[in-house]
Structure formats: structure tokens, C-alpha cells
Design a protein around this ligand. Sequence first.
Ligand code: F3S
Length: 392
Amino acid sequence: MVAGMHLDQEDEQILAGEQGETRQKMLELLVALGKVFGAERLVPIKSAQVSGASYKTIGKYGLEWLSSLDAKAVVPAVLNPIGMPRGRWEEMGIDPDFAEKQQAVVAAYERLGIRLDCTCTPYYLYETRYGDHLAWSESSAVSYANSVLGARTNREGGPSALAAALVGKTPCYGLHLDKNRVPQMVIDVHADTAGWGIAEYGALGFHAGKLAGNRIPYFRGIRPEPDQLKAIGAAMAATGAVALYHVEGVTPEAQKIGYDLSGLDTVPVEQAEIASVFSEIPVDAVAVGCPHCSPAELAEIARLLTGKVVTKPLYVFAAQGVIEQNARVVDSIEKSGARVFADTCMVVSPAMEQYRSIMVNSGKALAYVPNMCGGQARIGTIADCIRVATEW
Ligand code: F3S
């Protein structure tokens, strides 16, 4: 028992330094976190997803800290997107000095046993099941795991996700506990959603995140598919701090558990509020794949680009594993002049800072591009993105 937490024999050995200084420090970090949030125990995790991967965000001191660690991940652990596609950074116009530093960050994580998938969609590569406990840190991945898959993870910081990967456990508090997963507000969508795609659901998430803040919303009036759920959750995590949401009749916990919604704050969302998120500003580049594209999204992009040539830079982002598994589709997209890059994205790569305005089909990118890349952002449907990228 340490700080009110029950620890097993192995934990006690780790804390005594019997498995090395790094693992000792990592467990101390997890215990301290658990103490702050009132956790009574640690829970074993199935996987970790570690943010703090782009040199653009962690800088010199983050790299020094990573380089000082000496242990190996004991559960499958993947890295969040980094600042460049590892094998094609020159093609993306990345500065060689940045590339060298980014490679050093990647090498430091690799030495710690973190898999270099560099993606915010690890669920396309590693099986993640209902009820699994995880330590994931990228906000859209956290939302997807909790809401769409019914797995359980808090939104970890980079260090706590890394600590969980190296120890194989995380403190059991927050969204790991049933009592903290119940809806806290209702959002009633009054709109004709027939024909809605990823962009419309992303726009809904962009708007709904501001309404929800850090509450757990329960949606009524929508029937999104998995890629559309991905878009809602990513956007709500960007404009709000939503790490879990439910959709009536769609998401697993909303289907399995009969939530009592009486007495909850109920907020209507009208069609006009979704429409107001869309704009027509001129753009110099188009970027899709936030969160990283699914196989179905890649296929849709390839279909829309058939017989076309891009007249503006068109970036498509996906996990390397998804790109490899869909190589023919990716070839077909690149025939148009578009580029399909792994490992990075329109928000974390410094290469995107060269553009004054970027068109996206993602509510999350709409929220983050202005702050992280300095330019303006406009959201459009995937068909509109392809039209704008190929118009003369
Ligand atoms: Fe993923 Fe980058 Fe968007 S990490 S969710 S593609 S901002």
C-alpha cells in the first residue's frame, strides 16, 4: 500500500528499484498521478499510445528527457504522429535540421520499445476491444476508443502514457470506472442528416464540443457510421475536452446500458448551426486525413480523383500500416499528383506552415490549423476538397 493505493508484489519491487531506475521513476509518476485523482489501484493495460512525438511540440528538452530513459515497453505501445513522414520528409519540404532532430526523437522512442506507427488511429492496426483498459494520449484516439469501441482510457499526457507503456499499468480512476462514464448532458440534433458525410459530422462535433465543454454528451437524432463517429469525437475533443460521448442506438454503451437521462441539461442543435461552420474562403492547399484516414476514406478519395490531376497541393494522411495494406488505392491517389503521407499530419508537421489557408474535411483540423500552423482553415466535404484541389 503506497499513498492509499494497493500495489502488488511486482509493483513494490519496481518501486524499490529492482527493475532499474527508469521503471522505478515511471511507477512513481503513475502512483503520484493516481494519488492526485484518488485511484485505489493500478489496472493492467492492453496498449499505450504515446503523444509528445513531434519535435515541433517537445523540442530540445523533451528530447533530452527521452534520451535519459532506459527501459522497454511491456505492452504494445505506438507513437503519435510526428512532424514528418519518416521515409519521405524531403518530398514534404521538411527542413533538414528539423528532420535530424525529429529522427533523434523517433530513435529515442524506438530504443524504449515504442512501435513507430506514428498514428492517431492505432485502432486500425491493433485490435482494441470493448472493456479493454488502455493508456492512450491523442485526444481523437481517446475519444474513439472510449466512445466507439467501448474501451477505457483517460486522456493521458505523453509522460504518463509512456510510463504506462514501460510499466504495463495505469492508475484506475476517471474513465476506467463505470460510474464516470454516464452521460452528463443531452444533445438533440434537429437536422436532416440523410446524406451527411464526415465533414458534416465533423462540423457537428466542432459545434457540439463548445456546448459540452468537459461533459459527457449523449446525442439523439443522428445515426453516424464509424468514420463519421471518428469525425465527431475528434472535433469535440478539439473545441471542447470531450473524451467520451454516447450516441443513442449507435455507440456500444448507449446500446448496452439503459441510461437515465432525466434531469440532464438538454441542448438542441439546429441545421443552421452546422451550416454556419462551413465557409468559402480561398485556399492554397487541401489536406485530408485528420484523424488519419481509414481504408474506406482512402478508397473514396481515390474514386473522386479518378481521371483528375491536382492543381493545388493535396495532402492525404494515414497510418503507414493502412497505406501498406491499401497500396493500390494509394498508388491511384498519387497518380493525380496528390501525396499520401504516413507518420504525420496537417497539424503537427511544420511543412504546413507555408500555406496561408488550408481546406480540410475535419472539424478537428478546422479548430487546430489556425493555432498550430498559423494559417486560416476552411471545412468542406471530401467531394468539395477534391473539387477545389483539382479545379483550374
Ligand atoms: Fe491525428 Fe493530427 Fe488530426 S494527430 S487527429 S491527424 S491533428
